[in-house]
Write a new protein. Structure first.
Length: 364
């Protein structure tokens, strides 16, 4: 995988004393750094058109996060959620997947930002975990950025993994499409950190997951993390329907389970391609050659476009059958799907998000 490098790093005053700043300075001595009094003054006249979204990622902003780091995963209205919490240590992603919802979600604020006040983040998490010792938390970091794509420069994993490794009532998930795992390997996760990969066949990676690691690079990185003591996760999402998709996805699953020990996989998730009418327009503008939008979709009650339900159920059933052939008892869940689809695929649906969250928690 070719590492992303920013053309410039802009540092908001107050972030120069942080460990993230020092890590950036050490890792990127050849990149120009510029200090500003206020980040808001820097982006006041920016062009936030869809075409400018990719260009906005060429600069990296280091700033302090002003609000709360920790929040519930927003999920999707009317769909089964998994009681997941997220911490956002950065905003936007150096990769450029054609289907990425950040193109719409961050359309008015597309700069690539990293938050320097990691100590405040860990203090906030520590207060929550201490207050609810009887509750088991699943916390992820890959909602509005890739968890590891910037790690060779910012060293975020080295900052947070030792903290989470000592907590008895949490699993931290680091979700990525990269192979940037060097910072994880020397740190003992003590069974409290899951490193997860978003997965697709190489055909989809080549056509629509720009700037990401190849399938073989992701699997090699997963194997290295597993050897270092980490649990693994795999998110087969978005699953894309196209002619002969079955052959490509079945082969991808075979490669996955021949590369790692499935008994050390914490969970797998399945989700089909979904977008919104406005995101669909952005994708057409930015990626006119993509084949993603050729399949027919229907607008669902949560405002998202998905394949018709019978096709989704067929896709999930096939994926589940191929998974169970290699990993008969691994935990599998659907992302942003209705109870009706759950029942057709699994024969049951979680009664509430807590029930699904409890199912994903490790045996203690």
């Amino acid at each position: 995988m070719k590492f992303f490098q920013p053309q410039e790093i802009i540092v908001e005053r107050g972030s120069e004393t942080s460990s993230i700043y020092r890590n950036l300075r050490n890792a990127l001595p050849h990149i120009p750094f510029r200090s500003v009094d206020s980040f808001s003054n820097e982006n006041g006249t920016a062009d936030f058109s869809a075409i400018a979204f990719g260009a906005a990622k060429k600069r990296l902003f280091l700033t302090r996060h002003k609000g709360e780091f920790l929040k519930k995963c927003p999920g999707s209205d009317g769909q089964v959620c998994c009681n997941y919490f997220v911490i956002n240590f950065a905003s936007n992603c150096p990769m450029d997947c054609s289907y990425c919802y950040l193109q719409e979600y961050l359309a008015d604020n597309p700069e690539l930002k990293v938050f320097s006040n990691v100590d405040d983040l860990l203090t906030e998490v520590d207060e929550l975990l201490s207050k609810h010792r009887r509750f088991f938390f699943r916390i992820g970091t890959g909602e509005i950025t890739d968890s590891l794509a910037l790690d060779p420069y910012i060293g975020f994993a080295r900052e947070v993994v030792p903290f989470f490794a000592e907590q008895p009532n949490v699993l931290l998930e680091l979700k990525t499409k990269s192979d940037c795992v060097e910072g994880l390997l020397p740190v003992d996760p003590k069974d409290r950190v899951v490193v997860s990969w978003s997965m697709n066949p190489q055909r989809v990676i080549d056509q629509d997951e720009h700037g990401t690691a190849s399938l073989s690079e992701r699997l090699l990185a997963a194997r290295r993390c597993q050897s270092a003591g980490y649990r693994l996760g795999f998110h087969f999402d978005p699953i894309v329907e196209y002619p002969n998709w079955q052959n490509d996805y079945e082969d991808m699953l075979d490669q996955t389970f021949s590369s790692v020990d499935w008994r050390r996989i914490a969970w797998l998730s399945l989700g089909v391609l979904r977008d919104t009418p406005s995101l669909k327009r952005i994708i057409r503008d930015r990626f006119p050659r993509t084949q993603l939008l050729t399949a027919e979709q229907v607008l669902c009650p949560d405002g998202k476009l998905r394949y018709f339900q019978p096709l989704r159920v067929d896709i999930y059933r096939k994926m589940l059958r191929w998974i169970r052939r290699a990993a008969p008892t691994v935990k599998v869940y659907l992302c942003m799907e209705s109870k009706e689809v759950w029942e057709q695929v699994f024969g049951f649906a979680p009664s509430c998000e807590k029930e699904l969250g409890d199912q994903m928690a490790p045996s203690r």
